[in-house]
Design a binder for this molecule. Structure first.
Ligand code: NAD
Length: 247
């Protein structure tokens, strides 16, 4: 399929995990891709594998960085057809009573403020039929104990998406995806480790009817679907990529 020929796509959090798969998926289907990440070296490595793509250092929580990200997409590709607000902050230390106030504020800035900022500055460069897609989490619908501020930030992403869908219709659609646990560089635990222990992994998989965790490609496929014409009547959707966990 070549659903994104002549389309311009911006992906945040593009140096690792879901963002890499999302960027590659859109590029494989013909899009020009801007890879934005706070980790420029990582984004540049991914860009080296995607002909015609551009990497840029962006802290998604920062207003000036968001303006620069949008400008870079416009300078390189002339417009933005798909804005992928994928970068997200960690679970680490996310027990309510153990979390420092500044870590709480930082998480909200990365997970929620970022989408407000990207949207605020990109819409004027989006032609009719464009879409904004964000990575929420199944944690935003079905919270797990010990991740309360993270759960709440992802719940906010879902509500933000629905509000954006109302405000940006009919020209721009806004949707989000809600993945279940996936092995990425993401800090899954309260211990600061990205990988789950064997026991933890078993517990997570036991709660997923389809019997496995999500993959970055599962998430990238959902992004591509939501951005495509096949989803032209979908807006305000929070699509579960969870193998049935939230049933
Ligand atoms: N992996 C999971 O189990 C899972 C499940 C549900 C939702 N999510 C969400 O998926 C999204 C992507 O996470 P991932 O699993 O691919 O993790 P990851 O750690 O592999 O990738 C996240 C990327 O975001 C970048 N990033 C972090 N803070 C940033 C900032 N302030 N500005 C710019 N870039 C920043 C990191 O450098 C990294 O490249 C996040 O929003 C996360 O909350 C992850």
């Amino acid at each position: 399929m070549n659903r994104f020929e002549d389309k311009s796509v911006v992906v945040t959090g593009a140096a690792s995990g879901f963002g890499v798969a999302i960027a590659k998926k859109f590029a494989e289907e013909g899009a020009s891709v801007l890879l934005a990440d706070i980790n420029l070296e990582g984004a540049e490595k991914v860009a080296a594998e995607i002909p015609g793509s551009v990497a840029i250092k962006v802290d998604v929580s920062d207003e000036e960085d968001n303006k620069a990200m949008v400008q870079a997409a416009v300078d390189n590709f002339g417009k933005i057809d798909v804005m992928c607000c994928n970068a997200g902050g960690p679970h680490r230390g996310a027990y309510m009573t153990r979390m420092e106030v500044e870590d709480f504020d930082r998480m909200w800035a990365i997970n929620v403020r970022s989408i407000f900022l990207a949207t605020k500055y990109c819409v004027e460069h989006m032609p009719p039929g464009s879409s904004i897609i964000s990575t929420a989490s199944i944690a935003g619908k079905r919270p797990r104990k010990g991740l309360t501020p993270y759960n709440a930030s992802k719940g906010a992403v879902i509500t933000l998406t629905k509000g954006m869908a109302l405000e940006l219709a009919p020209n721009i659609r806004a949707n989000c995806v809600c993945p279940v646990s996936a092995p990425t560089g993401f800090d899954m635990t309260s211990t600061g480790k990205a990988e789950l222990s064997e026991d933890m992994e078993k517990m997570v998989i036991d709660g997923i009817p389809l019997g496995r965790r999500a993959t970055p490609e599962d998430v990238a496929d959902a992004y591509a679907f939501l951005a495509s014409d096949e989803a032209k009547f979908l807006t305000g959707v929070a699509l579960d990529i969870d193998g049935g966990r939230s049933i």
